[in-house]
Each structure stands twice: as structure tokens, then as C-alpha cells.
Design a protein around this ligand. Structure first.
Ligand code: UFG
Length: 329
């Protein structure tokens, strides 16, 4: 047994896959989630404490009861468009919520934290691939809400000795290969699940947001990384902190970009039918290309994406969405 990890947002997409990885690595896993965007049935590895990170009294008492060795903090809102429409919601949940976690850790004497950050903290970078020292200049409140936390983590580390690993995800995608958890967003806005769910419904047409970008086929380039690989990186980051490692930041991506059109082709290949699609206007705030420089995670955590080729991402996600459809969801 490696100790206990307190997982906020463990009922969500990335959080639930990480709970599985932590469990497999021998950690006792406790999820703390208000189920506002998470799902009770995705909490399969360890117990669930229902609670809001903004409920400071409940959070403090849960942490005092669990006495974790480390915290992995996933609980956050992650819709870019929603963050533009309602920035207060994002700063309250993502930024103030993270401060509540840090204060509860301070009180409970917990000194190790894994934090879910995002490539959205970089904004529109002027060079590719983006390394961890690429200047950060977010273009939406979601990115800012996460970047502020990165800064707060540095300051709490300095003042209170809380060591943190910030993991900047690129495009999380795919699902658990055994179908034990997967991506379930309501509403769904992400490319791969939308394209796959469309294959299960008649009359659905995917809109491609722009084909006039300065990319190899005119559609946006993203760095899709399998959620199981992300989970492996989190387990490694916990080991790193447990081994006495100091605060660090890592990009989690593959270093390979894939266009929207290449995803559409891959979905057709994996599902065996063409994807009905039309070309629409650009979506506001979409950078043309986001590709990670991920050497640092390889070098310091020994992390190597193993499931992130596009066909594996799409076939595991396809398995999950078929299962969801068959279960009546
Ligand atoms: N796209 C379409 N049609 C759709 C949905 C998406 O063409 O119906 C395109 C987008 O324009 C983009 C690509 O598919 O080029 C991927 O879009 P997603 O919405 O799946 O993912 P994003 O790249 O927009 O978002 C991801 C994370 C966010 C994070 C963001 C940083 O999901 O949390 O990267 O840019 F903020």
C-alpha cells in the first residue's frame, strides 16, 4: 500500500481514469466530488465522499477524516465557451476552489498535490511545439482560472512547503480499454465524442469549425493524448512527490499534431462508416495549432505515451460510446 490519495473530481472523465491508475499502483483512493459534472457510477476505485470544494467546512472535515498522504485535484469546470459567458463561475470554482483545497491541505498537514492544468494557459503560442517555458497568455477565463492557480501553487509552496506537480494537459481523449470508465460530458462539445456519438444516431452531421487555417489541410491541429496515458503520468507524478521531488510542471501531450479532418477520417476508418460533416465557420478562440513539447515528462517522470496513436484513442472511445448507447444513455 502506497498510502491514501484524496481525489477531488474523481467522478469525472480524467479523474476517474486516474483513480483506476492510482488504485492499480497500490494507493488507497478516496474521491471527493459534488457530482455536479461527475458521475456516481464512474467512482469505481475507492469510496466517494459527496461534497463541494467550495464548502470549506465539509472539505476540511473530509480531509481531517481521511488524512491523505497526497491530494490529486481534478474538480474543475472545463468548457471554454461557458467560461467566456460566465467568468465568475470559473474563477469561483476553479481558482477559489483550488485555494480552498490548499487551505484544507495546510490545516490537515498534507504537503503533496497533483494539479490538473491545461494547455489553455498558453493561449495562442508563437512557436511549436510548446515547451513548459513557452510564455503563458490565456485567451479565455478558463485558461486564466487555471493559470492563477499555477501561480498560487508556487506561492503556497514557498510559504507553506506544499509541493505540487502541475500537469498541463493537451487534448485528453479515448477511454479505458476495458470499458470501465470513459468520457461523459453533458453537453458534449469535444470533437472525438461528438463524431463518435454521431455514428450511433441517424441524421447527425458534424460541423467542422473552419477549414481555412494555416495548417496542412486547413483544419485545426491538436495534440490528442489518451486519457490512460494521462492517468499513468499522474501515478508517476505521485511517485515523484512521494520520493521527495520538488514542485514541477509538465506538459502532457505526445508531440504529434492531428488535424480535425484527420480525426474525421480516423473515425470513419474505426467505425466503418463515413462521418457526415459540413464545414462551418471558425469557433471563436480556437488557436490554429496546439502541439506539446513533452520531453520533460519523459525525462523526469519516465513517462511515455503508449495508447495515444489516433486509432487506439478512437477505438477505445468507440467501445465506450457504444456501451453507453447500449445502456440507454
Ligand atoms: N471541433 C470541430 N467541431 C466540433 C467540435 C470541435 O471542428 O463540433 C474542432 C475544434 O475547432 C478544435 C478541435 O476540433 O479544433 C478540438 O476541439 P475540442 O473542443 O475537442 O477541444 P479543444 O481543443 O477546443 O479543447 C481542449 C480541451 C479544453 C482546453 C483546450 C485548450 O478540451 O479543456 O483544449 O485549447 F481548454
Amino acid at each position: 500500500m502506497s498510502g491514501t490519495v484524496f481525489v477531488t473530481g474523481g467522478a469525472g472523465y480524467v479523474g476517474s481514469h486516474c483513480c483506476k491508475a492510482f488504485h492499480q499502483a497500490g494507493w488507497n483512493v478516496v474521491t471527493y466530488d459534488n457530482l455536479s459534472r461527475g458521475w456516481r457510477d464512474l467512482v469505481r476505485w475507492g469510496e466517494l465522499i459527496e461534497g463541494d470544494i467550495l464548502d470549506e467546512a465539509r472539505l476540511a472535515s473530509a480531509m481531517a477524516d481521511v488524512k491523505p498522504d497526497a491530494v490529486a485535484h481534478f474538480a474543475a469546470l472545463a468548457y471554454v465557451g461557458e467560461s467566456v459567458d460566465d467568468p465568475g463561475l470559473y474563477y469561483r470554482n476553479n481558482t477559489l476552489g483550488s485555494m480552498a483545497i490548499l487551505d484544507a491541505m495546510k490545516t490537515a498537514g498534507v504537503d503533496k498535490l497533483i494539479f490538473s492544468s491545461t494547455c489553455a494557459t498558453y493561449g495562442v503560442p508563437d512557436r511549436m511545439p510548446m515547451t513548459e517555458d513557452t510564455p503563458q497568455s490565456p485567451i479565455n477565463p478558463y485558461g486564466w482560472s487555471k493559470l492563477f492557480v499555477e501561480k498560487i501553487l508556487d506561492d503556497y509552496g514557498h510559504a507553506h512547503g506544499i509541493r505540487s506537480v502541475k500537469l498541463r494537459y493537451f487534448n485528453a481523449a479515448g477511454a479505458d480499454a476495458n470499458g470501465e470508465t470513459g468520457e461523459r460530458h453533458e453537453p458534449e462539445t469535444h470533437l472525438i465524442p461528438l463524431a463518435l456519438q454521431g455514428q450511433l444516431r441517424d441524421g447527425f452531421g458534424l460541423t467542422i469549425f473552419g477549414d481555412d487555417f494555416d495548417t496542412r489541410d486547413g483544419t485545426c491541429v491538436r495534440d490528442y493524448v489518451h486519457v490512460t496515458d494521462l492517468a499513468d503520468a499522474h501515478a508517476r507524478a505521485l511517485d515523484y512527490l512521494r520520493g521527495g521531488g520538488g514542485s514541477e510542471v509538465f506538459n502532457l501531450g505526445t508531440g504529434t499534431g492531428t488535424t480535425v479532418m484527420e480525426i474525421v477520417e480516423a473515425v470513419a476508418r474505426v467505425t466503418g462508416r463515413p462521418v457526415q460533416h459540413t464545414i462551418g465557420p471558425r469557433r471563436e478562440g480556437d488557436p490554429p495549432a496546439l502541439v506539446a513539447g513533452a520531453d520533460k515528462a519523459r525525462e523526469m517522470l519516465g513517462w511515455q505515451p503508449r495508447h495515444s496513436d489516433i486509432d487506439t484513442i478512437i477505438s477505445t472511445a468507440w467501445g465506450w460510446h457504444q456501451k453507453e448507447a447500449n445502456s440507454g444513455r
